[in-house]
Each structure stands twice: as structure tokens, then as C-alpha cells.
Design a protein. Structure first.
Length: 442
């Protein structure tokens, strides 16, 4: 028998085996779908313990389901779950949902775990707590924002959640508790959340209505990317992306303690609209931009927050502003930071006005090196500036000299450079500085 004949015979056998395999798989899948549709789904309530067990295994947390209803759409079933409860790692109820509509995904076959094309949750009542700067507690389930702090069950639940194609939460309630800032709980109603995940991207959008005394509807969005090869999908410390928030007509004094950051000023009163973007990389902010349009504002610089040479000698009077608008930018630098106020303009409660100006501040204190600071501005009115300086955390000597000189006139531009030798504290007047400016009517 020739080699060609043997090759043709082997190829024929392989082809026949492939055809048999395809036909067998086709009929097995068909039989499985028919069994699922006409035998299993009509009696879905009897399979509730199995669904609870499969869900618990996929999420890594105990799942309890009150009732199951089913219907068939296309080639896949759809489940309507009632009175769903997920227990936390300690066994106490963590998440409770009145109604969950679930569309299983064919990806469940390849992942060997329960996956969904879409999860629609209605009537949820969630409590999200920020116990510290690196964790979030969702109904008692703790998630680490910087990696390494989640327990195994919480990590498995987060990995599962951010592997679902789409999660939609509608007509729900959420209570935000910023325990890290010791803020009062903020109840939110009419909460709607959309979460969409792909292999490498995660996008979310949340809208909610706060109490009327707090402000207008809240709009939060997030867009992140993750590396291709991750042990845990929800390893937030490896994600990179953008956070966005928009809060119109908000009570600024009520907003400040709810923010996940500590500001160097204390807002005593005021209303305004705030729109902000933050760039996040490996769990840390790399840039911040915020558009502010405020009115009736009273702001006091926090003495304990002053850094470097900015040491207030006594309690400072607050800024009282009838209106203020600007774009704030901030970014970290090696050993320091830089910030700017773009197109800053305001009118004080006493009627003093500052024409639009851009201010840029840079501060760097590298380890073992010289401390450097710079301040660059556009046109300034010295009279207005001197009045405002009395409310800035400047050294007492500076305050005394400004009071004695009573400067007047116009600065077309101003550039200040200062440095302190390495190893010495950057306090008081700098031993080395330079001033460049153009002025009129000084």
C-alpha cells in the first residue's frame, strides 16, 4: 500500500471523525437547550438551591434568593430573581436587592463560572463607606483601592463583578459615609448606575439625587483600562484612567467633608457648581482639573495645612467673596507639586474685584536637595492684592511689612523665584530669591 493511499485513508478517517464530533455536539447542545427550555425552566423554582449554590461559588459570598421566574429569549434564558441577598464575609447581610433580571452569557461555558451578558438590579439599598484613604466598604464588603487589602471573598466578588458585560442598577438608594473625614452620612435617592466591562476596559456612569439642601443632581463617570495579564481583574492598583464628577448648585460647606481628599482651606458657606476631572494611575492621582463657579463664598485657610515657608502667625480672617470663577489644575512633581488658577476672577463682599488672571505655583523639595518655589501671575492690582494677602498664611514679617507699606499700583506681570539650601527648613524669608515684574503707577 502506497504512502499516498495511507495518507488519503488517514485524512478520510479524520474527516469522518470531525463530522461525527460536530454532529454529536450539535445534537447534544440541541438536546440540552430543549431540556433547559421545556424541562428545567418551567420548574426553575425547584432548582433555586442549585442557582444559589452556583451564584455563591461564582461570587465567593453566600447568595440567597427568595423566588425565581424564567422566560426564554432567543437562544438563552432570562431569569427574574426576587428578594436577593448577598452576605458579607462575616455572615451578616451585605447587599439586598428587591429585583434582579439576569441574562446568562455563553461565556459561562468557557469561563466555567456563572457569567451574564446583562444584570439589571432594581430597588437596591446600598451603603458605601470610606473608612480610610485606601479602602471602600460596600455593605460591609471591604475593597482595597491600592491592592493587597481585600480579603479573598471580597476580591473574588470584585473580580466577578468587573468581568460581567453589563450591570445596570435602577431606581435605588445609596448612602455615602466618608468616615475618613468624619462626615455626616449623605443619603442619595433615584440612584442609577451603568457598568460596562470588556477584556481591558471598565466604564461606569452614576446619577443620583442628593437632599435638596445639599445641591442638584450628581453625575459621576469613570473610564479605566487594565493591563492584559492580571491575576485579579479588580486589581485597582494596576488600573489607569479618568474620574469625572459634576455637582451643580451645591452647598460648598456640605460638599467639602464628603470629598475623598483634604483641602488646605475650610469652606464656611457658599453655593456653586463644581465640575472636576482626575487622572488616576496605579491607584494614585496624577492630575486634577476642576471648574468652579461660586457665589456667596466664605473660605478660611486652615493654619495646620500650611506647608513650607507659609506659616500663619495667628488665626486668619476668612475670604468673603460675592462671586468667584476659575479653573484649578494640580499635578504632583518629584518631591513636590504644581498648581494653577486659570482665568481667576472674583468680587469680594466689600466690592473689590479682581480682573481675570492666571496664577501658577510650583514647589519642589527633593530629598537632600535645595527647596525651590516659584509663583507666576498675570496682571494684578496691588491694592486688591495687599488686602487679600492679609488672609493668606504668609510669615508674620510679611504681614507687618504689607501693612506698613500699603502698596498701590498695577503689576502687568509677576514672577517670583525662591530657594532654600538643602537640609535647612524652608521657613521664613528665603536666603535666595528673585523678582521680575512690570508695573504702572507704583
Amino acid at each position: 500500500m502506497s504512502l499516498l493511499h495511507l495518507s488519503l485513508r488517514a485524512a478520510t478517517r479524520i474527516w469522518e471523525a470531525a463530522v461525527v464530533l460536530v454532529v454529536t455536539v450539535y445534537f447534544v447542545l440541541g438536546l440540552g437547550l430543549l431540556t433547559l427550555r421545556y424541562a428545567v425552566l418551567p420548574n426553575a423554582q425547584q432548582f433555586r438551591p442549585w442557582v444559589e449554590q452556583a451564584s455563591s461559588s461564582a461570587l465567593g459570598l453566600p447568595v440567597h434568593i427568595g423566588a425565581i421566574q424564567t422566560q426564554w429569549r432567543g437562544l438563552m434564558p432570562r431569569f427574574a430573581l426576587r428578594d436577593v441577598r448577598i452576605d458579607g464575609p462575616g455572615g451578616a447581610p451585605a447587599l439586598q436587592f428587591a429585583e434582579v433580571d439576569a441574562a446568562p452569557s455563553w461565556k459561562s461555558l468557557t469561563r466555567l463560572t456563572l457569567s451574564f451578558d446583562q444584570l439589571v438590579i432594581r430597588g437596591a439599598d446600598l451603603t458605601v463607606t470610606r473608612p480610610d484613604a485606601t479602602h471602600l466598604d460596600v455593605g460591609g464588603i471591604r475593597f482595597a483601592l491600592t491592592g493587597g487589602g481585600s480579603n479573598d471573598a471580597a476580591q473574588q466578588f470584585a473580580d466577578w463583578l468587573f468581568s460581567q458585560d453589563e450591570v445596570l442598577i435602577l431606581d435605588s438608594r445609596l448612602t455615602w459615609v466618608n468616615a475618613a473625614q468624619q462626615a455626616a452620612p449623605l443619603p442619595l435617592t433615584q440612584v442609577n448606575l451603568l457598568l460596562r466591562n470588556t477584556l481591558l476596559t471598565h466604564r461606569a456612569a452614576l446619577t443620583a439625587t442628593p437632599p435638596a439642601r445639599f445641591g442638584g443632581p450628581i453625575d459621576l463617570r469613570a473610564s479605566f483600562r487594565q493591563p492584559l495579564f492580571l491575576r485579579h481583574t479588580a486589581d485597582f492598583s494596576r488600573w489607569k484612567g479618568t474620574l469625572y464628577g459634576d455637582v451643580p448648585n451645591v452647598d460648598l460647606a456640605a460638599l467639602q467633608p464628603q470629598l475623598p481628599l483634604t483641602l488646605p482651606v475650610s469652606t464656611q458657606s457658599g453655593l456653586g457648581s463644581v465640575r472636576a476631572w482626575a487622572q488616576i494611575d496605579h491607584g494614585a492621582p496624577t492630575a486634577l482639573t476642576a471648574d468652579l463657579a461660586l457665589r456667596g463664598v466664605a473660605i478660611a485657610v486652615t493654619p495646620s495645612a500650611a506647608q513650607g515657608p507659609l506659616r500663619p502667625a495667628a488665626t486668619l480672617p476668612p475670604f468673603a467673596l460675592a462671586s468667584l470663577s476659575t479653573r484649578v489644575t494640580w499635578a504632583p512633581l518629584p518631591g513636590g507639586e504644581e498648581a494653577s488658577l486659570q482665568h481667576l476672577q472674583f468680587r469680594t463682599a466689600q466690592g473689590q474685584a479682581l480682573a481675570p488672571v492666571t496664577v501658577h505655583w510650583r514647589w519642589q523639595q527633593p530629598q537632600g536637595g535645595a527647596t525651590r518655589a516659584s509663583l507666576d501671575t498675570g496682571a494684578l492690582d496691588l491694592g486688591t492684592l495687599a488686602a487679600l494677602a492679609q488672609r493668606l498664611p504668609l510669615p508674620a514679617l510679611w504681614h507687618d511689612r504689607l501693612s506698613a507699606l500699603q502698596p498701590q499700583g498695577q503689576l502687568r506681570s509677576l514672577s517670583l523665584q525662591a530657594s532654600w539650601p538643602g537640609g535647612s527648613p524652608a521657613t521664613g524669608l528665603p536666603p535666595s530669591y528673585s523678582v521680575q515684574t512690570q508695573f504702572d503707577d507704583l
